[in-house]
Structure formats: C-alpha cells, structure tokens
Design a protein around this ligand. Structure first.
Ligand SMILES: [Zn+2]
Length: 221
C-alpha cells in the first residue's frame, strides 16, 4: 500500500515551501509536476519535447503528457511506499484520469491549504526580488533595511512580472475557476482534509504533518 499525500491549494498558499519540509518529515519523496517539466525539458526526453512544443506555442501541456510524466516518476522504486504530490492535479479530469490509473490499495490524503484571496494577493504583490541574487523581500513582512536594496548583496529589488496584481490575479482566478472545484470531488471521495493556511508557516507545517495520515481505511481518489 502506497501512502499518497497531495498538497492542494491556491498559488501563493505556500505549497512549495511546505512540500519540501513535509516530504522530509514524512519520509516521502516530493514529486512536483513543475520539477518534472524542468527535468524532462533539460534532458530532452520524448515527453519533455512533447511538453515543450505546447509551451512554446503558449498552450497548456495536455493532461495525457502530464500524466505520462507523473506515472513515469511514481513508478520508480523510491515511490513504492508512497510520495508527496505537489502541483497536480489541477482539474477534475486530471484527478479522474489519475484515480483510474492508481492502485486500488493506495491510501490518499489531500491536504487542502485554505487562504483567502485578499491575503494571497497581499503576500504575492508585496514581494520584491533581488535582480542580482534572487533573494526575496516583502514590503510588509520582510522589508529591506534600505528601501529598494537587497539586504544580502545590495542589489536592486524589483517586482517580478508574475507578482504583479494583474498577472497574479489572473492566475488566482484560473485556480478558483478550474482547480478549486476539485475540493468537492475530493470531499466526495472522502480524502479531503482542510488546513487553515492563513497562519505562521511553522503552525501550518505542524498541522499538515499531523493530518497527513489521519486514520487507515479512508477513501481513495
Ligand atoms: Zn541580492
């Protein structure tokens, strides 16, 4: 029986940060679809080339390609006892396709990080990144000692285009429209565990860890 933990939540909810720590704490490999894209792309695998064609055309990578990458990764020996999934699924059809190919004995927990839109917007649009060393400050929660300058190297702080209200707001809207409906899908499967993500990262981490494997014999999805 594989123990599969899916970290779910809107962009800016802290999934990336929590996933690496949680992966270490639970002893499960961290499988991120973003990392898989980059790895396959860098190695120029057939799947990587297929994905690149769509990305170059500014299109979404089709589910079939993403799923092939995912199953290629999770069929490796280190995932036999389970894994932590981050960045997938993003749509109900993806979740259905994944469930159809999943071993019936797998035990799935979906940890749903809940953060209000206003908080996410404030978190992301306040970010300022160093042009020289990529260090990240936040205007309110981690302001630089000198305005506009990186604390680490003195480089110029800029707002990344991804972090503007317009671009981030659009991503959030896509999430609410296409990805959030998965909450209902997982809730019906009995695998959804809500976690309040609007708290200090340490507190959120402890709750994620304690809720990752609630009790055996729960549903699967
Ligand atoms: Zn810097």
């Amino acid at each position: 029986m594989a123990r599969v933990v899916i970290l779910f939540g809107p962009p800016g909810a802290g999934k990336g940060t929590q996933a690496s720590r949680l992966s270490a704490a639970l002893g499960l490999p961290h499988v991120s679809t973003g990392d898989l894209f980059r790895e396959h792309g860098a190695k120029g695998t057939p799947l990587g080339q297929a994905a690149q064609k769509f990305m170059d055309a500014g299109q979404l990578v089709p589910d079939a390609v993403v799923l092939d990458m995912l199953f290629d990764r999770t069929s490796k020996a280190d995932c036999k006892a389970g894994y932590l999934l981050d960045g997938f699924p993003r749509t109900v059809p993806q979740a259905e396709a994944r469930a159809a190919r999943l071993a019936k004995t797998d035990h799935v927990s979906v940890l749903n990080l809940q953060v209000p839109d206003a908080v996410l917007l404030e978190r992301i649009t306040g970010r300022r990144s160093c042009k020289a060393c990529s260090n990240v400050h936040h205007l309110r929660t981690a302001p630089p000692k000198t305005a506009g300058r990186c604390d680490k190297c003195g480089g110029e702080l800029v707002q990344r285009s991804d972090d503007t209200t317009k671009v981030f707001g659009d991503r959030l809207a896509v999430y609410r429209q296409q990805t959030q409906p998965l909450e209902g899908w997982y809730a019906r499967a009995g695998t959804l565990v809500d976690v309040d993500g609007n708290r200090a990262p340490e507190v959120v981490f402890e709750e994620l860890r304690s809720k990752a494997f609630p009790e055996p014999s729960k549903g699967r999805a």
